[in-house]
Design a protein. Structure first.
Length: 622
């Protein structure tokens, strides 16, 4: 760390009020705090605890990094993934912060050196996995640090992992409650990028932070375009999305199963996309190498299960795609939030179909847990399906789910860009329900959706003739609708619980409201699925990062990207550790020609100015 930065170290809680802003400008290169960051920073510098709910990309990390540098001692940060600690530490070291980590990847001498530095007061921030904090030896080490050089803050990142009702529950997070209050005078922070009101209450109670300052920032991510399309051929649809809108961009593709992950990654590679798989079943060396390649190289697409992504700090992910429907809105929001952390235009794309609904309902029925747990899972899925089927602004529905209702449509989701029409689907629903009833009552049979649709459309397949379903009175009564239309009807009826999965084999039965629909007491409104569009009919395509730059800045922006790639490779760090895309854009547009002007660019702090200033000025002057 530079000498100027060190003068702020060791300050008491009575640090001057502008100390945090001064450090933010000089160390991190930002003119001012964003949103509610300063509210959190000021509270923690003053010695208070804080519970911070901020969307991905809103700058949660600065909320604990700045207080850790202003207050006396070392900041202790709980981080859930070992592999990502390295990149977080690299990013801090790049701006002159003395950062370290303690985890199982280190050799004994490496670990001993970090422990020595901690006890000597030579570390500004240390990252530790929650599992490691269960060790009495590590707790003892931290007690000695607290009694000596001191601990400045105790920050628990991804704090929603403490919630047993949440989507990323980690048992080791529960043990962190024992550490809250262990070091008197050390403020505790719990931070997460997503939490419903219920999860917020639970993590607050479990971590004993009822008296903390609670800061809930807006969950709106206006730079992300949310799009959900009918699933026809998801691999082909995904490929078209990448080729048409995100060629050469970094992206994350989520799939439900390990098999689907590997098949999708191979499909993309075979079609010219630089893609790698990631799931818990891969050899740990392959998994680590693939994650490192995604983080450190430009334009890599990672295809993964939900085992990937927590704590991902890569700011230039331009799209997140789901080829299977997520289990909850919280999970969906957390995963899509990994796109566009730098605030530049990005896409959240989901292909959603009938089989997704059947599969997720079946998973819940087969899951281990009591009735209350299954009811919670069902409620989570119902909310996700409601988001998929909505005909109104998707962003409004997302914000309402997180307790932040708004009356304004966003104008940047598929339902805003291409308004969806609805129609009275009561009669088709009655036809479909009548078919299910007749199969059960007259034949004592249950079948999946495909067979029911064949009966409705009057399709004489070998299976229809084998079971003599062509003799049913409902055979052919739905011939006026296409197979695709009937699948849309069935999917929406299942999402509305008019129809439900009846058993482990995926057959369909009557849902709670089926009787009312059959009697005509309940009207069924359905959405008109737009005609097939592989990347979303009528949507405004995401713009490349450099698309809205002035023509004269394009070439310079690409030269700066090329220079950055070389620097990152030479140092063995991700490109964004050198500079983010937003900083390169500002450099290309403003073309600063002096050290003073260069220091005014957002993201250019003192350490980076000293390291890269001369070469940047040469590049900009050429």
């Amino acid at each position: 760390m530079s000498e100027a930065t060190r003068t702020l170290r060791g300050m008491s809680v009575t640090a001057p009020p502008d100390a945090a802003v001064e450090l933010l400008q000089r160390v991190f290169g930002y003119d001012a705090f964003r949103g509610r960051q300063q509210e959190v920073v000021d509270a923690v510098i003053g010695g208070g605890d804080a519970v911070v709910l901020m969307p991905t990309g809103a700058g949660k990390s600065l909320c604990y990094q700045v207080p850790a540098l202003v207050r006396r001692g070392t900041g202790l940060v709980v981080s859930p993934l070992i592999a990502l600690m390295h990149d977080q530490v690299d990013a801090l070291r790049a701006v002159g912060v003395r950062a370290e980590f303690l985890n199982s990847t280190q050799t004994v001498p490496e670990r001993q050196e970090v422990e020595r530095a901690l006890l000597a007061g030579e570390v500004d921030l240390v990252y530790i996995a929650p599992e490691r904090l269960s060790s009495e030896s590590v707790r003892g080490l931290l007690d000695r640090v607290a009694a000596g050089p001191g601990l400045s803050v105790f920050a628990i990142d991804e704090a929603h992992c403490v919630s047993q009702w949440g989507h990323d529950f980690r048992p080791d997070y529960l043990a962190l409650a024992d550490l809250v209050g262990r070091w008197p005078g050390v403020p505790t922070m719990a931070l997460t990028a997503t939490a419903t009101e219920a999860t917020h209450r639970e993590l607050t109670t479990r971590l004993h932070l009822e008296q903390a300052v609670h800061v809930v920032a807006s969950f709106d991510r206006p730079n992300i375009q949310y799009r959900i399309v009918p699933k026809d051929d998801p691999k082909q649809q995904l490929l078209k999305l990448i080729r048409d809108e995100h060629r050469g961009d970094a992206g994350i593709v989520y799939a439900l199963s390990r098999n689907s992950v590997e098949q999708t990654a191979k499909w993309l590679v075979d079609h010219g996309v630089e893609a790698v798989p990631y799931h818990a079943g891969l050899d740990v060396r392959i998994r680590t190498a693939n994650q490192a390649r995604f983080l450190r190289d430009d334009g890599v697409v990672v295809v993964a299960t939900i085992a990937f992504g927590m704590g991902i700090d890569k700011p230039d992910v331009r799209f997140v795609a789901h080829v299977d429907v997520p289990k909850s809105v919280e999970g969906y929001y957390q995963e899509t939030g990994r796109a566009g952390r730098d605030g530049l235009p990005s896409t959240a794309w989901l292909a959603y179909g009938l089989q997704d609904v059947v599969q997720q309902r079946r998973f819940i029925d087969q899951s281990v847990g009591d009735a209350a747990h299954k009811r919670k899972q069902s409620a989570n899925l119902d909310a996700m399906l409601s988001l998929c089927e909505t005909v109104t602004c998707r962003r409004r529905q997302l914000l309402a789910y997180f307790g932040q209702p708004t009356a304004q449509d966003c104008g940047n989701c598929d339902t805003c860009l291409s308004p969806v029409e609805t129609w009275d689907g009561t009669v088709p629903a009655q036809k479909l329900l009548s078919t299910i009833v007749r199969l059960q009552r007259e034949r004592n049979q249950r079948f999946g959706g495909g067979q029911i649709i064949d009966i409705l459309r009057g399709k004489r397949t070998p299976k229809v003739e084998q079971h003599q379903h062509d003799q049913l009175s409902v055979f052919g009564v739905g011939a006026d609708l296409t197979e695709r239309s009937w699948r849309s009807v069935l999917r929406q009826l299942m999402a509305q619980s008019v129809v439900m999965v009846a058993d482990d084999y995926g057959t369909v039965g009557l849902g709670p409201t089926a009787a009312a629909v059959l009697k005509g007491e309940h009207q069924v409104r359905l959405r008109h699925d737009l005609e097939r569009s592989d990347s979303g009919a009528g949507s405004r395509k995401a713009r490349p990062v450099a698309a809205d730059l002035p023509p004269e800045a394009h070439e310079l922006f690409e030269r700066l990207r090329s220079w950055r790639a070389g620097q990152a490779k030479e140092q063995g760090v991700p490109a964004y550790v050198v500079f983010g895309d937003a900083t390169l854009r500002a450099l290309a547009v403003e073309r600063p020609q002096s050290v003073e002007a260069l220091s005014g660019i957002s993201g250019v702090g003192a350490a980076k100015l000293e390291r890269y200033g001369d070469v940047l000025l040469d590049l900009l002057a050429d």
